[in-house]
Write a protein that binds this ligand. Structure first.
Ligand SMILES: Cc1cc2nc3c(=O)[nH]c(=O)nc-3n(C[C@H](O)[C@H](O)[C@H](O)COP(=O)(O)OP(=O)(O)OC[C@H]3O[C@@H](n4cnc5c(N)ncnc54)[C@H](O)[C@@H]3O)c2cc1C
Length: 328
């Protein structure tokens, strides 16, 4: 480990950097209980503010312009290029909220409803950082369409998961939380009614895609809307009856349930989702594509679709990276 010429100062505490180290790694090494989850700049839970020092574009990638202008950056991908003064001051537009309802959708998936205490603007499909009363932060994608002071999330219950298991404790109903955001490029583009939409997700990756599909239908989308939802087995397809009836009502919505092994059920596809996207959709080149959920699926599907001719500028993705995927 060679030392770096730079020092960061976190709320008054100086931390000399080791060469090539990120701000997050330096803070954890110094024993500071810093928030983080994905460690790759995707979840925004490690957001901090620099009051002096230079910020590289990489350390602010994906942040809203207002946050960038105020000196916010992501500690997990920030490798300082000079000395920095840093604080954990929250952004001005964090919104107070309460957990209003938690409802089972499947044995390991819940629908969480949060009521915000102030208007919260977002686009269908974006995600927020949910902050628990003790400060624990996790990202969740919004599954309902914009319009009222309610945000809904599909949350997978992870074994030993700190946030997801807390959400199903009875005393969590009514708990005060904070909503930070919105963020993410995986959102409905309003003025493209003639592009086919290809929405593909694994597990709770369906959440934001359902929001995008509902918003597209609401705004009169003309071209086909394909929703692929993949799970290990049929029980994991927790929106099957809702999506089946919606597809029966809306002529241009096509729902494709996918299980890993053949379920024997009519209309179900089986196998890996990523090759199915290319084999089932005639012209992926001209689709706008949204991919959400398991990071391995997102990576593989993005590559397959790009190789099949979909321009990268029309492929949007949120990989649901967790702490486990990045545990050291
Ligand atoms: C952009 C984005 C959007 C997301 N949207 C959603 C969404 O809509 N719905 C959803 O369900 N999830 C979503 N996620 C994932 C979500 O943010 C959380 O990571 C997830 O809910 C797990 O959080 P947790 O606190 O319950 O689990 P954690 O406490 O973070 O743990 C996750 C798992 O890792 C294990 N683990 C923890 N630490 C270690 C370790 N050191 N070594 C080995 N294993 C460990 C735990 O036992 C657990 O099984 C999203 C993630 C991102 C980046």
């Amino acid at each position: 480990m060679s030392s770096s010429p730079h020092t960061i100062r976190f709320e008054g505490t100086p931390i000399p950097l080791v060469s090539g180290e990120t701000v997050l790694d330096a803070m954890l090494r110094a024993g500071i209980d810093a928030s983080y989850s994905c460690r790759s700049g995707a979840c925004q839970t490690c957001l901090l503010r620099a009051t002096s020092g230079s910020l590289t574009p990489a350390s602010q990638r994906g942040l809203r312009d207002s946050l960038k202008r105020s000196g916010y950056f992501l500690a997990c991908v920030c490798r300082p290029v000079d000395d920095m003064e840093i604080s954990a001051q929250p952004p001005d537009d964090d919104v107070r909220a309460r957990i209003a309802n938690v409802e089972r959708l499947a044995s390991d998936v819940v629908l969480v409803t949060v009521e915000t205490r102030a208007p919260f603007e977002y686009q269908a499909g974006q995600y927020v950082v949910l902050i628990r009363p003790d400060g624990l932060k996790r990202s969740y994608s919004i599954t309902n369409v914009p319009g009222d002071a309610r945000l809904e999330f599909h949350v997978k219950l992870m074994p030993g998961g700190r946030m997801s298991q807390w959400l199903i404790e009875p005393e969590t109903i009514g708990a005060e939380v904070v909503v930070r955001g919105p963020a993410g490029e995986c959102y409905h583009r309003a003025n493209e009614p003639n592009y086919s939409l290809l929405l593909a997700g694994t597990g709770t990756g369906l959440g934001p895609l359902y929001g995008i599909a509902c918003e597209a239908i609401r705004s009169g989308h003309k071209a086909p809307i394909h929703v692929f939802h993949a799970a290990g087995d049929a029980e994991g397809l927790y929106m099957h009856s809702r999506l089946s009836s919606l597809a029966a009502e809306v002529g241009n919505l096509h729902y494709h349930p996918v299980t890993r092994r053949d379920s024997g059920q009519p209309g179900f596809l089986s196998g890996n989702l990523e090759p199915l996207l290319v084999s089932q959709i005639e012209d992926v080149k001209s689709c706008r594509v949204y991919l959400c959920g398991n990071p391995d699926f997102v990576r593989a599907a993005r590559r397959n679709l790009f190789q099949a001719g979909t321009p990268s500028t029309r492929i949007h993705a949120d990989a649901f990276l967790t702490t486990a995927a990045n545990a050291q």
